[in-house]
Design a protein. Structure first.
Lengths: 353, 353
């Protein structure tokens, strides 16, 4: 059965991808077909002289295994930023895409670069996504869940309402931080039921591989085929040999993944409680960071603004992040480190406040 | 002095790139600003938990050193295919780009995806680029030198004529194979004189790192700034930590580079002579491959077509490449392997012919 292209952007439907030379699995062949060097490089593994598997089949199989889907429903790329950039080309270029007013600030950049009209819908007063606002739209949707930089989780039932209300548009759920959210928050199981749902995830957060650049998307074969078309129109080999191997091994090591994730969650919950004790207003986070507003001045004392605290923490060797943007310019985003680092942060804040 | 954007595409002039969190060089800081995991990954180096240097400064310095330019004139990416894709967005999107009718077949794909009109100019009867054809154009230019799949080298004086005749348009010279060409063929020294010249190179060929995905561009600060703008609108971190490190080390190891390159050149010249002895018509190659047309039938015997030979070599475990395209469908492209592999190829051809 041919793959449906109904959900593809018009430009992608028209592309004829580049066809790279064959990369056979059989290593007994004399391979004189892709202009590789026959000699080992001066540094690194000797096999680096050969192109990587362009389909990253082993990596996609490892991702599929831990995600409970078949490998045909997985697309892997050079970080989930690359996967999302390809998805904007594949599904939103030449059309419209809706997103919350406060979310990952890369979304409007991709929309602008790849010719999509970017339309924002305000979060409510508690910084929550209102699913009702996303049910009668005339364009695609992208939502980060947990959202960034708020850390708030949209319940799966609301995700499903949005996906099911937009059968003719692609809905992307960017789950970079999902492994720190309550069990059952991921939309991956819904991808089998809804061909318009694309879920993206990353090895940069829960898998501790930000330095390796591996991310992926899970969705219907039609959506995955569109991402492969974009990839083969941009760069045939996006993930290097080392990254494919190290990411596969890391993703499959479930005990380490669970232990590290649990430690981060414990430190996050401790940090949230401590910040609240100090008078911060802290959003409930399902991510590996918290979003917190410093206490208001009391008894006539001068309070400290978020940007002042950012600067004063920096002077003490602690880096956190601040966004000088409407609605969130009184907040600080604090990544969760080790419990020792979080204790150092709380001590520094106690002194500063 | 502000950087000139005269040579940038209109779309790129209008972009506001994403700003990633700071990646400080000082490792004594408590780094809670980019949502990294504080624990080591299950596989690979512990430092992989941290994002790589987004500017790949060490790698750019290594490239600059061996290229005789300053690091500000270097842009590194995830393979030269990614660098070229970014260059099509930066300089050709929304405009026109001229290229030879026979060249790297990824060029028309990037043009189509990123909205550039792709106009071809025929190579002459000897498969040479005629510089005179490129002196009065109304768009950008991209030339592979040595060209692919012909392997033919355009003399530097002709490259300079084309670059100097098009001061208001970007001319890209794709030098993926330049290290196998005669000394003095590279246009890198011209980048200092001509702000409209961008030269791209790769670690995949002469440096034996096809599996690692590292390529780069050398040009004026304006052109490099445009590529950085595109990168920061697509993916802030394109080259992973391992790749930055291994590529820097490999590029700096000049003795290995020279020895491997010389061995490939010797095997290429031997293969060219042997193929000619067997009656092949072989183009003079400055690359790590040869482009050869099988001998015509003699004395009433049936000759073998290029596609027949491709198939029969494959049955003997030797992979080469064939392009079923106008003007070159009687040719075979043969990558240069070890001298033993090339002897095996010649023996197989002797038996088949």
């Amino acid at each position: 059965m041919p793959i449906s292209t109904e959900l593809w952007s018009e430009r992608i439907k028209a592309q004829k991808p580049y066809i790279a030379g064959e990369q056979p699995k059989n290593s007994n062949l004399i391979k004189l077909n892709t202009n590789e060097n026959p000699y080992a490089p001066a540094a690194g593994d000797a096999l680096l002289r050969l192109y990587p598997d362009p389909d990253a089949a082993g990596l996609c199989a490892a991702i599929a295994e831990v995600s409970g889907v078949t490998p045909e429903r997985v697309f892997a790329g050079n970080g989930s930023d690359e996967v999302l950039a390809f998805a904007f080309i594949a599904f939103f270029g030449g059309g419209k895409v809706y997103a919350p007013d406060i979310t990952y600030s890369f979304y409007p950049v991709w929309a602008s670069l790849f010719g999509a009209e970017y339309i924002t819908i305000p979060l409510d007063a508690h910084f929550d996504i209102c699913a009702d606002d996303y049910l009668t739209l005339d364009g695609g949707v992208i939502l980060a869940n947990p959202n960034a930089p708020t850390g708030k989780v949209l319940p799966l039932r609301d995700v499903e309402r949005i996906v099911s209300a937009n059968p003719d548009r692609v809905v992307i759920i960017d789950e970079a931080y999902i492994d720190f959210a309550p069990d059952g928050s991921s939309a991956v199981p819904l991808t089998v039921k809804y061909p318009n749902l694309l879920v993206t995830q990353t090895a940069s957060k829960a898998y501790s591989l930000a330095g390796l650049r591996v991310g992926w998307a899970i969705g219907s074969e039609s959506l995955i085929a569109a991402l492969n078309t974009v990839k083969n129109c941009v760069n045939s080999y996006t993930i290097d040999r080392n990254a494919q191997e190290t990411a596969s091994e890391t993703i499959s090591a479930r005990a380490v993944f669970r232990r590290n994730t649990e430690r981060v969650i414990r430190a996050r919950d401790w940090t949230t409680a401590e910040l609240r004790r100090l008078g911060f207003s802290v959003l409930d986070s399902g991510a590996n960071f918290v979003f917190a507003k410093p206490p208001a001045p009391i008894h006539g004392e001068a309070g400290k603004s978020a940007s002042e605290l950012l600067q004063q923490l920096r002077e003490r060797g602690i880096l956190i992040r601040y966004f000088n943007l409407p609605r969130i310019d009184e907040y600080l985003r604090i990544s969760i480190g080790t419990s020792e680092q979080m204790k150092a942060l709380i001590s520094a804040l106690e002194e500063l406040l």
